[in-house]
Write a protein that binds this ligand. Structure first.
Ligand code: SPV
Ligand code: MG
Length: 669
């Protein structure tokens, strides 16, 4: 595609403004001339060929164009008799450069906003810009339009006419017909008329649509009054702002393309989603907020980058009052719809506009996303993420996983909520559930090799951080090896409980014989573990069983402070009471003296407390320790009974996951 700009005219109506250069070099702002603006728009649209007709100030114009240093190849064609002819003859002079391509044709005194040029360039049919909202001008161009098609163009038409500007996109076939007529006119010496007079003789056979740009700026500058009007409209346009929000940590060409489009609408403010919002909405960001912010600040065309703290745009739209909010059309339905609705409501309060572009999730994006997930699953990155999540969110939720399959459930389960999404932050590899899955009691019978095998299965198909239930930690001499093995696997935290001898599950309480370890001995184990660890990210959590074993609050607190002193990175306090008050009391008393060490709870019994309440009280990790096992088991038992009772599988079918879903459950690499 080529652009033809007609600049042979003398521009006498501009007075002194055109005494030393052609009209197109008139300044329309402190930074731009009519021509420099047109050429920048052309270059931004990716068009590289411009044919320009010149006249009186031929060399001034040529030098000026070259000085702009744009990625455009110019062909200048001087109309030698510019004084005595109209631009029909200038086109005739340039015809040899114009007969082999689609063209965009424009008068050199035309100023239009980016949205207009976008529409013209992207028009799928030949078109001329018209306006249905601007009153018909007395002396300037009007187009007679029938069924959306331009029939005639001239200053003399008033019936069925629309205000029109000489900004055309002409596909080769239509243009050829018009050009042939122009040649015919000029060779018959009919050179004092508009090129449109030749078009009118085609009687509509060149198929040109009327492209209605309504009130968007598209105006010619004929005299100083026009200049004043256009300049003031331009400053209004330049004051427009555009808001977009990004959660991405990897910028690809799709993002750049939408940023390019958005910045054409006004000064582009980018909202970068906070880490906390990204974690809940998508996945753990590869780059933290500050780095993502810097990344966007360094993209050309971005005016300002700000934080968007939540998935809701409310705070930032109300603060920046953007003229436009830009988004892909993927949020028209689905879980982001409430966010979109809220954006529309706020924009409506001050006349802002939502601009949506077709959303395309291409293979490139999927490939990058796959790579990001692969990176998140590597041991170093996965291990470090529990600490990061704690710092970002204050409260982290973990769900039990005891196999690759349950790991996938924890990894991928997302629920929609208030236009956002919720998902678990981490996985708990429970001794109870790992043992139960193997049909064994929870008494440290399943050995570490087997427990590590479970972790490995989970690691292979997930990316979320892992908290490992280390039971008592075993002998101190063995525990140090366990710490290093877990670190190597990318586990983030081990929780060891202050019991000794044959460990039984805590939920038995004192119904079975259980012995609590001494403070000194358990502290020694913690110290040895901390000495053994090789990375700064790995955490050892001391689990206190005093409340389970009915040793009282003071004992629990004494142990908590001693274990913290010994180097524990977190404290888990356990209880098997339905009433959460002893947990709350512990947290309150521990927090009086220690505000920073994370506190972990396992609310299997005291399960009425919400995560929000735990967080408000100073808890940092909530572990749902066994619910997948406890829900899965009765479902399986029921299926087995149903088949036995009916001597066939039919009655069981409705309880089953459809066959096609189970096949698709696990994606192939
Ligand atoms: C586990 O899940 O194995 C635990 C938590 O240790 S509890 O069963 O509550 O003791
Ligand atoms: Mg356990």
């Amino acid at each position: 595609m080529k652009v033809l700009i007609l600049n042979s005219g003398v521009g006498s109506r501009m007075g002194v403004l055109t005494s030393e250069h052609p009209k197109c070099m008139t300044e329309i702002s402190s930074r731009e001339t009519i021509l420099s603006r047109q050429l920048k728009q052309i270059a931004d649209a990716g068009i590289k060929e411009v044919v320009m007709t010149t006249g009186k100030f031929d060399s001034v114009l040529v030098n000026y164009c070259e000085s702009l240093d744009l990625p455009i190849h110019f062909t200048f064609v001087k109309n030698p008799i510019y004084k005595d002819t109209n631009y029909i003859y200038s086109i005739y002079c340039a015809r040899e450069y114009l007969d082999d391509d689609d063209i965009i044709m424009m008068h050199g005194d035309l100023v239009f906003e980016n949205a207009v040029f976008d529409k013209v360039v992207n028009s799928k049919e030949s078109c001329m810009t018209v306006s249905s909202t601007i009153p018909l001008p007395e002396k300037d161009f009007k187009a007679v339009v029938k069924d959306g098609k331009v029939q005639k163009v001239g200053v003399e038409f008033f019936n069925d006419a629309m205000e029109a500007q000489a900004l055309y996109h002409l596909y080769k076939d239509d243009w050829k017909k018009w050009l042939d007529k122009i040649v015919e006119f000029c060779e018959a010496d009919n050179t004092g008329v508009y090129a449109e007079n030749a078009l009118n003789e085609l009687n509509g056979s060149a198929d040109i649509s009327a492209l209605d740009v309504e009130n968007l700026l598209c105006a010619e500058i004929d005299n100083p009054e026009d200049l004043a009007i256009v300049s003031s409209k331009l400053s209004e346009i330049e004051a427009r702002t555009v808001y977009m929000c990004f959660s991405t940590d990897m910028i690809h060409s799709g993002h750049i393309a939408i940023i390019r489009k958005a910045e054409k609408l006004g000064k582009l403010i980018i909202g970068v989603l906070s880490d906390e919002a990204v974690v809940s909405y998508k996945r753990f960001p590869l780059l933290p907020f500050e780095e993502r912010k810097t990344m966007f600040e360094n993209i050309a065309g971005v005016y300002k980058v700000v934080e968007q703290k939540t998935l809701s745009y409310k705070e930032n739209i109300e603060k920046y009052k953007p003229t436009y909010v830009v988004h892909g059309d993927d949020w028209v339905s689905g879980f982001q719809k409430p966010i979109r609705d809220e954006v529309c409501d706020i924009l409506a309060t001050y006349g802002g506009e939502l601009v949506e572009y077709p959303y395309s999730r291409d293979d490139k994006y999927n490939e990058l996303e796959k790579r990001a997930r692969a990176e998140l699953s590597t041991p170093d990155i996965r291990r470090a993420r529990l600490k990061k999540a704690l710092a970002m969110k204050g409260l982290v939720s973990a769900m039990e996983a005891h196999s690759g399959l349950t790991g996938l459930i924890v990894e991928n389960t997302v629920v929609e909520e208030h236009g956002g999404a919720r998902q678990f932050d981490a996985m708990w590899v429970s001794s109870l559930c790992d043992s139960t899955a193997k049909g064994k009691p929870d008494i440290e019978l399943v050995d570490m090799t087997s427990r590590f095998r479970t972790i490995d299965d989970i690691c292979e198909v997930t990316t979320k951080p892992i908290i490992f239930d280390g039971d008592t930690g075993g002998l101190t001499e063995h525990f140090v090896y366990t710490v290093r093995s877990l670190e190597r696997m990318g586990v983030s935290m081990i929780i060891i409980e202050d019991k000794t001898g044959l460990k039984k599950n805590s939920l038995f309480g004192n119904e079975v014989v259980q012995t609590q370890d001494s403070i000194e001995h358990f502290s020694e184990k913690i110290r040895a573990g901390k000495m053994a660890q090789r990375t700064k990210d790995f955490m050892i959590c001391a689990r206190i069983e005093s409340l389970i074993l009915e040793q009282g609050m003071d004992d629990a607190l004494e142990r908590a402070f001693a274990f913290t002193e010994a180097g524990a990175d977190a404290i888990m306090i356990h209880s098997r009471k339905k009433d959460p008050s002893e947990i709350f009391e512990f947290v309150e008393k521990y927090r009086e003296k220690n505000q920073t060490t994370p506190i972990v709870v396992v609310p299997t019994s005291f399960n009425t407390v919400t995560e929000e309440e735990f967080k408000a009280r100073g808890v940092n990790i909530v572990i749902y320790a066994n619910q997948l096992t406890r829900t899965g088991f009765p479902a399986m038992q029921n299926a087995a009974k149903t088949i036995l009772a009916n001597h066939r599988a039919k009655e069981c079918d409705d309880m089953c996951m459809p066959f096609k879903d189970i096949i698709r459950l696990i994606p192939e690499e």
